[in-house]
Write a protein that binds this ligand. Structure first.
Ligand SMILES: Cc1cc2nc3c(=O)[nH]c(=O)nc-3n(C[C@H](O)[C@H](O)[C@H](O)COP(=O)(O)OP(=O)(O)OC[C@H]3O[C@@H](n4cnc5c(N)ncnc54)[C@H](O)[C@@H]3O)c2cc1C
Ligand code: FES
Length: 349
């Protein structure tokens, strides 16, 4: 372990023993991604807390981040957010989620809007056409970022499994309108077919751990269904038959915008079951299914999650509630919880 030229520093990750070097001024996460070391992460922007891990030794400086992602107490206790932490000594981290996962090349690509198809009053399915030259490769569950004119970035998860690139190349995204939002106001306002946008990807550590045979809980809120749909398609393609239950939560039944598709998948896939959960049904909805918060439905159904893996995506409050209650109250091992919290500008305040 050493400091090498130009203030670049060695970073080691326990217990995997993976090691890489951060260049001067580079965050630990940026260096890990550049080096193909699969540290966990989500927003890359100090908002979600997915990249939080324990620092065993070394010194870092944190850039601005939300208190929810890393509190002052956690920082004092030696935790770091790798996406905002720049080392100024060699660093040893502890992260049980580090993978060797074949990091696919991250590319910047111009894409063309092929189709905009509303799925509900506030969810748009966006189909993007990719440059024909080479195949886009990613893990089911990963996301791309749009690079906006002012350099801002917005992340959206691929909603189809990667094997479809062979027969139907392109990207499908499910985008929920956040009124007042810089990008989604554009999607629901002036975006039209044939528009050209810039994306970069793939990113993210939310993908199926295929070396495990544990039963799985998939937990989605709203458009958190998009990467979960890709996982389900991937499991079908690879004939993965681990017992799996999807809990999909929305405020109203219409928020479960591909409910029919999901029901059809359970009919075709005996290892998969589906529990739709609605939190704010009105009488006019005629909803007779499960009600309440979606993570609570899992707590109600499972007394013990010590032998499970959980994959959770969507609203940060749902992901955070699931992480804390499943680990604290249902004995889910911390390293068996995989998540992408769909943070936005509102979560960085
Ligand atoms: C890893 C990852 C994957 C994601 N995948 C998806 C996906 O598949 N589908 C999906 O729908 N979303 C996804 N998201 C969320 C997505 O990236 C955007 O954050 C979201 O769509 C909002 O973008 P926006 O530009 O429209 O809104 P933003 O500009 O980010 O604004 C969000 C909200 O905050 C308000 N706001 C903005 N700035 C301020 C401020 N200064 N003070 C107070 N309020 C403010 C806006 O009015 C708006 O309501 C993902 C996020 C992450 C991190
Ligand atoms: S990836 Fe670091 S806080 Fe989200």
């Amino acid at each position: 372990m050493s400091e090498i030229a130009n203030n670049s520093y060695d970073i080691a990750v326990q217990p995997s023993g993976r090691a890489f070097t951060a260049q001067a001024g580079e965050t630990i996460l940026a260096a890990a991604i550049r080096s193909g070391v699969g540290l966990p992460y989500g927003c890359k922007d100090g908002a979600c807390g997915s990249c939080k891990c324990k620092k065993v030794s070394g010194e870092v400086t944190h850039a601005h981040h939300s208190d929810k992602a890393l509190s002052a107490d956690e920082e004092a206790a030696g935790f770091v957010l790798t996406c905002c932490a720049t080392p100024h000594t060699p660093v040893v981290l502890e992260s049980r989620q580090v993978t060797d996962a074949s990091a696919y090349p991250i590319k910047k690509m111009p894409v063309r809007v092929a189709a905009l198809t509303p799925q509900s009053h506030d969810v748009m399915q966006l189909r993007l056409q990719l440059p024909a030259a080479d195949k886009f490769r990613y893990h089911a569950g990963q996301y791309v970022e749009f690079i906006l004119r002012d350099g801002a970035r917005r992340a959206y998860s691929m909603a189809t499994a990667p094997h479809f690139q062979d027969t139907a190349p392109g990207i499908e995204l499910h985008i929920r309108h956040m009124p007042g939002g810089k990008f989604t106001d554009h999607v629901f306002g002036s975006m039209k077919e044939k528009d050209i946008l810039r994306v970069e990807g793939p990113f993210g550590s939310f993908f199926l751990r295929e070396d495990s045979d544990k039963p799985m809980i998939l937990l989605a809120s709203g458009t958190g269904f998009a990467p979960v749909k890709a996982l389900i398609e991937h499991m079908q393609h690879k004939q993965i038959q681990r017992p799996t239950v999807l809990y999909w939560g929305g405020r109203r039944p219409a928020d479960l915008y591909m409910d029919g598709w999901m029901r059809a998948q359970t009919a075709a896939m005996p290892s998969l079951s589906y529990v739709p959960v609605v939190s704010n049904a009105l009488a006019e909805d005629g909803w007779s299914g499960r009600t309440g918060f979606v993570h609570q439905a899992v707590l109600d159904d499972f007394a013990d999650l010590s032998g499970h893996q959980v994959y959770a995506c969507g609203a940060p409050i749902v992901v955070d509630s699931a992480r804390s209650s499943f680990t604290a109250e249902r004995h889910l091992p911390e390293e068996e919880f995989f998540a992408d919290a769909f943070t936005s500008e509102a979560d960085k305040l």
